[in-house]
Design a protein around this ligand. Sequence first.
Ligand code: GAP
Length: 453
Amino acid sequence: MSDKHDWQRMEKIVSLCKRRGFIFQSSEIYGGLNGLWDYGPLGVELKRNLKNYWWRVMVHERDDVVGMDGAILMNRAVWRASGHEDTFSDPMVDCRTCKVRVRADQVIEKKGVQQCPNCGGKDLTEPRAFNLMFKTYVGATEDEPSVTYLRPETAQSIFVQFKNIFEVSRKKLPFGIAQIGKAFRNEINPRNFTFRSREFEQMELEYFCRAEEGMKLLDYWLAERLKFYENIGIPREKLHARQVPDKERAFYSKGTYDIEYDFPFGQQELEGVAYRTDYDLLQHQKASGKSLEYFDEETKRKFIPHVVEPSAGVDRTVLALICQAYAEDKALDEKGKMETRVVLRFHPRIAPVKCAVFPLLKNKESLVTKAKEIVDVLRPNMTVFYDESGAIGRRYRRQDEIGTPFGVTVDFETLGEKDRALRDTVTLRDRDSMKQERIAIQDLSAILRERIR
Ligand code: GAP
């Protein structure tokens, strides 16, 4: 386990995120609201690319998974049956000296005496459960019968729609339902930038199976999910599959792994992969009185399916992608002097902007026209940024800093002014190696599409 903390690196990342429009504090002009974040123009593209790739590999490329999109508000009975209303809480302790409320596991113990981690005070209350769900009212009256909660996970709408979806999909076990959506938790100590937020997105799959397949599928999904992170540019050596010990695991789970990543602030969870047995469906069957059983055509038996759940956080993965991509290296400036270059080395698949297009000079109309034609050709297939202002080196640097993997420059060779053989070719610059190759415009779209897939 790595406990290296690189706060300086983290500060640079947070500041880059704001400066270049990845992530802003929510309600910033009013002083913000703790644990809540807004994604700017680049952040939203990055997030969308991540979610689209997850959907592609988890739903579109499989025969055994379908998707759904459930409501954020659900009948309160759901949260009673799932156990969230009674048990989705953190034990909290109040310090009577400085009035701070902290999680019980953060209280410091010195020589057997419990102390407040904020002021060192010893006058603490007993731990009390603090429910993490946001309460709200549905309808015109704010009374007890109209209470419900913002969902703290997307999984429950999958469980309660299991029967409907199963029937319309005409699938056999094993079979999964996937969902991406918002979840809300009134976290006591939101921290580490977006890592622990109060509003976040989850990408969850509930993979239903027979009891005897559960443990094997747990290992299968762990391997699939590790492969996923590698395919978006997170190297295997920065990922850790931690087997959650019995005492930390939910009582109904027969096996759980946490997939953790080496963030600059330490090794922390990205995703949980849990074998939840038949607990969830059983709870909802009992509470609703509606059968959630599966009829096995082969054995003519009826039973409640078991479930393996890979549950990932969109925002945490976005943060991991940014932390992983952030690099500083050396590059020559326009005057031939070495300077420090800030670069986000995103995998082309998830980079917010795929390709930047530059006319060498902005006041030469034929260069500008050609560059704009190239933008029009590329745009139906990828996000493209057109930039004609400033020295070309500076334009490259601006794109490096937001992680654009490819830069296309339209120069005098493109116009065939120097060498007719080079007419209608452009330079294609690679962000990481900074090397340039000469490519025919007619091949450009296919080459780039292949590299960003
Ligand atoms: N349905 C199971 C479930 O919700 P979880 O471990 O509580 O399990 C799954 O959450 C994932 O959701 C986490 O691994 C994390 O990526 C993300 N997540 C949970 N709480 C979060 C928070 N406060 N802020 C950001 N992401 C969070």
